[in-house]
Design a protein around this ligand. Sequence first.
Ligand SMILES: *Cc1c(COP(=O)(O)O)cnc(C)c1O
Length: 366
Amino acid sequence: MAADPQDSNRLPGINPELLVRECFTGEGYVFARKAEEIAREHGLERVARLASNENPEPPEKEVIEEGCRALQEANRYPDENMGELKAMLGRYHGWNHFVTGAGMDGVIETLLRLLVNAGDPVVISVPTFSFYELATIAQGGTVIRVPRDGSFNVDVESFIQKARHARLSFLCTPNNPTGNETSPDDIAGILEEIEGILFLDNAYVEFSDQDYRPLMERFDNLVIGRTMSKAFSMAGLRVGYAFVPGWILPYYRRAATPFSLNSVSAAAAVSALGDRGHVERIVRRVKGWRARYIRECSFPVLPSGGNFVLVDVSPCSGDVMTEKLAARGVIVRSCRSFKGLEDHYIRVSVGDDWECELFLDVINSI
Ligand SMILES: *Cc1c(COP(=O)(O)O)cnc(C)c1O
């Protein structure tokens, strides 16, 4: 075990192995390596950050100003109802029932707390975003993985079979990291058959041509997760929300951490939702670069509805290719840690133009 710098601060007699729950002794969430660290290690002046599906553009000036204005009243607790933000979401989407959280991750955690008892099965369509599984285990739930087919499409029949009696199931579309979309018809087919809640993760939906929102009118067991971290350029502000059926609202409130979404982030989010131009511009760029990645990359690039693509780098492993790219100034995400995915993939975001160009130049020279 690596030496922990905090070991010297440990009180005598404390044995973390005995105190900490076993589910937190594993690896945990895998973060991208820091650009500064890679630049230093390889003596590079600048590094392309294509590992975390972030938006390369900062928030608009008005959004920053609204955040600053809210900061002046930071001595007060935020509105516990997030009334202004929810009203704005209502106008933006034409739906009236929302819950909010510190990122979509915060919403996921609260839903698990609300619905899952120790030992309850939680169904997850894999390979996918790792946090559903980590958060389920932390809640004491039992993870049931349902593999996607050879092209990473959801096998609807086997998903239904596993999810039928589960209180909560997770399905991501467009899926991280594979990029593919599940049709609203397939989602409706699942919702008709299951007894519990389906959490549909739409973190990347702005970059796709699918719209799942009309399903909310038909099903009272659907929760659609959204985030302002990707298309809206606000990853650092941690704003997540979900479309929910109305019946969940009073219960969700009891399960949630009070004031989890802060007032500065909420004010910035209200402003960002007022500017559809920002997202439209970003989406145009992303679609252009997705097509160029597919056309110009010398390795097979899978079609994607997100702001990223999955690249098959076999016979290389994900880690080896990620290291090679990092040494030449491009940070991408090795997909080794995604459960249910063979280890010969990397995930590459659409970044700034120079970052995307650099990625293509570098990978095509390997
Ligand atoms: C980025 C991401 C999220 C997390 O969003 P936050 O709002 O930043 O917590 C959720 N789901 C998927 C699939 C993501 O890729």
